[in-house]
Design a protein around this ligand. Structure first.
Ligand code: IMP
Length: 185
């Protein structure tokens, strides 16, 4: 019997693999270990922006071998390949973060618009500390000045998919990071 799930992934048009599964896995292990050292005894909260952050969060959380909590926000800022220029919070945090150590887990920082907005939004709730941990950083695309304390990989200014990142809601399930075929977009 044919497996429909695998067939549908085979239909993705990948131009080039940017980061392999092994590269991503190794880097996330390092990041998790560094965060565990820094936050030992502090029971931090990992706040993730959905949908893009869900796969990175799942791996980072398991690589971070200290007690911690996870929380989710649903944020929308992109359609297709371009930023809509505004950030909408579709679902806010359910938990009080006052006095807590917060690690904002992002998939990618591009213009910095989303991050600048969400960072400000969280600061108003008086966490004990707040840092940003992003798997990817496209520094060349930055229009907002934002601090990103921990970065997995700095990448060129090109549109990437996989590992949670989408193009029109597809490609999130690719286990690696890729550049899509220009004919796709
Ligand atoms: P920013 O507000 O421009 O920094 O964009 C942040 C959000 O846009 C990320 O959290 C992603 O969801 C999305 N995004 C930015 N660049 C890419 C990309 O290359 N591929 C897929 N999504 C992206």
């Amino acid at each position: 019997m044919r497996n429909k799930g695998i067939d549908s992934v085979d239909e993705y048009k990948i131009a080039r693999v940017l980061l392999t599964e092994a590269q991503i896995r190794d880097r996330i292990q390092e990041m998790g270990a560094a965060l565990a050292d820094r936050y030992r005894g502090k029971n931090p909260i990992l706040v993730t922006l959905l949908k893009g952050g869900f796969i990175f969060l799942a791996d980072l959380s398991r690589a971070m071998r200290i007690p911690h909590e996870v929380e989710f926000m649903l944020v929308r800022s992109y359609e297709g390949e371009s930023s809509t220029g505004s950030v909408q919070i579709m679902q806010d945090l359910k938990q009080n973060i006052e006095g807590r150590h917060v690690i904002l887990v992002e998939d990618i920082v591009d213009t910095g618009l989303t991050l600048a907005y969400i960072r400000e939004h969280l600061i108003l709730r008086h966490p004990a500390s707040l840092i940003v941990c992003s798997l990817l950083d496209k520094e060349a695309a930055r229009t907002e000045e934002v601090d990103v304390e921990m970065v997995g990989f700095r990448i060129e200014n090109e549109f990437v998919v996989g590992f949670g990142l989408d193009y029109n809601q597809l490609y999130r399930n690719l286990p690696y990071l890729a550049v899509i075929d220009p004919g796709q977009t």
